[in-house]
Design a protein around this ligand. Structure first.
Ligand code: F6P
Length: 358
């Protein structure tokens, strides 16, 4: 009984905890189990870079951040494009899989990685995948592992900013990761008590943002904290096509990221002192939080169960606090975004948090 395992895409906390969950459950089920670990994600499968793992490899890694297998980004759109030496990557992956006589491939990954997992399924490989990403944007699961740990870090950043913002009476912007969606910013923003939360799903009006700051100042509040998603977008920019937006960026002043652009506009319109903090990749680092450790253990055990039952072509998932499975073909290519009308946003608005929209 031989299975392959890989971690793909951007890393996050709890990758190791998840692999441990899969492996420990499988070792308990099979006496003859051999796990092949592919190095640096799909790259290892393409170029046959792998090693045989031992049960001891999975010990002591529950709390370790990063991934013991290494990872890399192998864009899905390039999977069908030959590499610089003319190698057909999909055929190469199938070849490695078959040569090693794998029973199945276990993939820990986010959106792009799930698409490739589905492609391999379509090509006839047995695949079981697990939902990884701090962005929580995977369709088909309420929760991804890594998300809650990242929420903790982003929240901690906002907490730290609170004390310094209060002392100086400044406007602070904390830019939160999350790619094209606002889950991380929404959760960290609420948990950190941000006054204004800007997410891609709710394009902002800069004048509404400025009014929210001015109104706090009028009420005697000496500072304001904005939690801004890295993918936040203004109402005007949201109207533009991708091409028009690209053109606009070429001609307008170049800011390192959206938080700096918003900061410059607020400073110009209010005359207030602005500071920008970008916790960046810190949000993906360090030990997984207890929630993620539990989630990873449960998802890992569920993936092992699927393998035992030879139920392939699924991603294990969370639905209403239960662990379940979703067909990979349903997951691939879909994004789970924040519903601007969800109760969480309504609750936040009810207590005075501005989302820059009205
Ligand atoms: O998908 C996880 C994520 O951290 C996103 O939140 C972020 O946009 C992106 O990865 C950063 O990617 P990279 O590590 O390649 O800079």
């Amino acid at each position: 009984m031989r299975i392959g395992m890989l971690t793909s895409g951007g890393d996050c906390q709890s990758l190791n905890a998840t692999m441990r969950g899969v492996a420990k459950a499988l070792y308990n089920m099979y006496d003859d189990l051999e796990i092949i670990g592919f190095e640096e994600g799909y790259k290892g499968l393409i170029y046959a870079d792998y090693h045989i793992m031992k049960p001891s490899d999975f010990s002591g890694i529950l709390t370790e951040g990063g991934t013991i297998l290494g990872t890399s980004r192998q864009p899905f759109k390039l999977m069908r494009v030959a590499d610089e030496n003319g190698l057909d990557k999909v055929e190469a992956m199938k070849h490695t899989y078959k040569k090693l006589k794998l029973e199945c491939l276990v993939v820990l990954g986010g959106n792009g990685s799930q698409k490739t997992a589905n492609l391999l399924r379509e090509e006839g490989l047995n695949v079981v995948s697990l939902p990884k990403t701090i962005d929580n944007d995977l369709w088909g699961t309420d929760m991804t592992f890594g998300f809650q740990s990242a929420v903790n870090i982003a929240t901690n950043a906002i907490d730290c900013i609170h004390t310094t913002a209060a002392s100086h009476g400044r406007v602070f912007i904390v830019e939160v990761m999350g790619h094209k969606v606002g889950w991380l910013t929404l959760h960290a923003g609420i948990a950190g008590g941000a006054d204004i939360i800007l997410i891609p799903e709710i394009p902002y009006d800069i004048d509404v943002v400025v009014d929210a700051i001015k109104s706090r100042t009028k009420k005697g509040k000496r500072f304001s904290i904005l939690a801004v998603a890295e993918g936040a977008i203004s109402k005007e920019d949201a109207q533009l096509t991708k091409k028009e937006l690209k053109e606009k960026k070429k001609t307008s002043p170049a800011y390192p990221s959206i938080a700096y652009e918003i900061g410059a506009q607020i400073s110009e319109k209010t005359g207030q002192e602005i500071r920008v903090t970008v916790p960046g990749h810190m949000q993906r680092g360090g030990a997984p939080c207890p929630y993620d450790r539990v989630l990873s253990t449960r998802l890992g055990a569920a993936a092992a169960q699927l393998i035992k039952k030879k139920e392939y072509g699924y991603m294990v998932a969370v639905k209403n606090n239960d662990i379940t499975k979703v067909p990979l073909e349903e997951v691939a290519g879909k994004l789970k975004t924040v519903d601007p009308n969800c109760s969480m946003i309504q609750d936040a608005k009810d207590m005075g948090i501005s989302f820059g929209d009205n």
